[in-house]
Design a protein around this ligand. Structure first.
Ligand code: LLP
Length: 421
């Protein structure tokens, strides 16, 4: 559920009419709903109620500081994967002890930054990384709390580009090797083992892969404890999928996911962390765009929008589906016909949808992509020298620009033309 509904025939974000925002900031833009962020965060809080837990929002899905600050205000921790995300979380007011640092290639500079700024834990993904972290922490005279990310060799049954838990993927340490890596961790200075981490992929629409992975983590917990390691925390990753196709998909609910976590871990006396991104931010955002032209092609009609693949890359990159809806509500009997929905960027990959059934719209009309709050703005680029588009946040009947559109001068002046001697 989200808070983007039609009122009086016009799509609203909470109580604000989308055309009102468009008139103020111009198109295209992203708009996020505070109420939806809150609701989705609470779904996880409720799903894990009674367990010692921390919900760490995966900032990679949406790292605008207004989003981060809103979630942190509700009690969320953050999952960061770069020094930049770490600094953003801190700038948004998130305390270090609520930040977990994930990622397969943390640099020594990033380790230094987090160790001096404060960190809840590093999720370590390899032996060389463990040794580097030990050296950085020892040099600073501090102790780095760590989990080891294990790769359980489970098929997440999701898009191949976002599956991470198979042995062929670059992530984590093969679970069979974990006891040796924990023994190494225990022998290193500046390292304190606090738990185990796992994350098998994103946009999972079936609980079974989670069950298989979590069962393996349970067994590993018992074994490592028997070997003397202090496994008091389990980071169970993110990955719960969302219904991109409203009329055609029903992924498991956070309550069902929470029930599975309870079932597998209830008797272990551990603190549970999860790292959801998409389920919190995905359906909390729309990408709003205008139709530039409706072009009649050979046997097909093109809807040419002012948003493009550089603004929302998911369809071009993963063949992802986003529901596309007109901002002016279609009348009940309005006929639909197929359109190829495209952007103005100069490559055929700049196609959002092919032969999508839509009620006809005209040049100048507004249309919205649903489920665009996760992996939308954060993956945008300035390809074709198209400025990054503004982000807007709505709360009830108020809205605020939370990132302004840069001017062309700002973009162009970033380059320097050398005057060779
Ligand atoms: N934790 C770790 C270690 C991750 O790598 C990810 C996502 C998450 C948590 C959050 O997963 P979520 O709950 O959002 O599924 N750009 C792709 C998705 C990449 C996901 C990468 N890792 C897309 O647009 O579908």
């Amino acid at each position: 559920m989200d808070h983007f509904l039609y009122h009086n025939g016009i799509l609203h974000a909470e109580d604000v009419a989308i055309p009102e925002i468009a008139a103020m900031v111009g198109t295209p833009f992203y708009v996020y709903s505070c109420a939806t962020l809150t609701r989705h965060y609470h779904l996880f809080e409720e799903a894990l109620a009674g367990l010692d837990h921390l919900v760490c929002f995966a900032m990679k899905s949406n790292s605008n500081q207004a989003v981060i600050a809103h979630l942190a205000g509700l009690g969320a921790g953050m999952d960061v994967v770069s020094g930049g995300e770490y600094l953003r979380a801190r700038a948004a007011g998130v305390p270090g002890e609520r930040i977990v640092f994930s990622g397969v290639g943390k640099t020594r500079d990033e380790m230094h930054m987090a160790l001096t700024g404060g960190i809840r834990q590093f999720n370590v993904e390899s032996e060389p990384e463990l040794i580097a972290l030990s050296e950085v922490a020892t040099a600073l005279g501090v102790t780095a709390p760590i989990t080891v990310r294990v790769n359980p060799d489970v098929d997440a049954k999701t898009h191949e580009k976002i599956a991470t838990g198979k042995s062929e993927n670059k992530f984590g340490i093969p679970i069979a090797k974990a006891p040796a890596v924990y023994a190494l961790a225990a022998s290193l200075s500046g390292i304190a083992v606090v738990g185990i981490d796992v994350h098998i992929g994103s946009q999972l629409t079936d609980l079974e892969p989670f069950r298989q992975a979590y069962q393996k983590v349970r067994e590993l917990t018992l074994r490592l404890r028997a070997e003397g390691h202090d496994i008091r925390r389990l980071d169970l990753g993110g990955g719960l999928g969302i219904p991109y196709e409203r009329n055609n998909s029903a992924p498991p609910l956070p309550t069902e996911y929470g029930a599975l976590i309870r079932e597998v871990f209830h008797d272990l006396e551990v603190e549970v962390e999860i790292e959801p991104g998409r389920l919190i931010s995905g359906n909390a955002g729309l990408l709003v765009t205008s139709v530039i032209y409706v072009k009649e092609g050979e046997g097909r009609d093109f809807l040419i929008l002012d948003a493009a693949m550089n603004d929302l890359v998911r369809p071009a990159m993963y063949g992802a589906w986003h529901d596309i809806v007109p901002v002016k509500e279609p009348a009940p009997g309005d006929e639909q016909r197929p359109f190829d929905v495209v952007g103005p960027v100069c490559e055929t990959g700049d196609t959002f949808a092919k032969q999508r059934q839509m009620t006809p719209v005209a040049a100048g009309d507004l249309v919205a992509f649903r489920s665009a709050g996760a992996y939308g703005a954060v993956m945008a680029s300035e390809y074709n020298t198209r400025p990054l588009i503004p982000e807007v946040m709505v709360k009830g009947d108020q809205f605020a620009v939370i990132r302004a559109r840069p001017t062309f001068d700002e973009i162009i002046n970033r380059d320097t033309v050398p005057s060779w001697g």
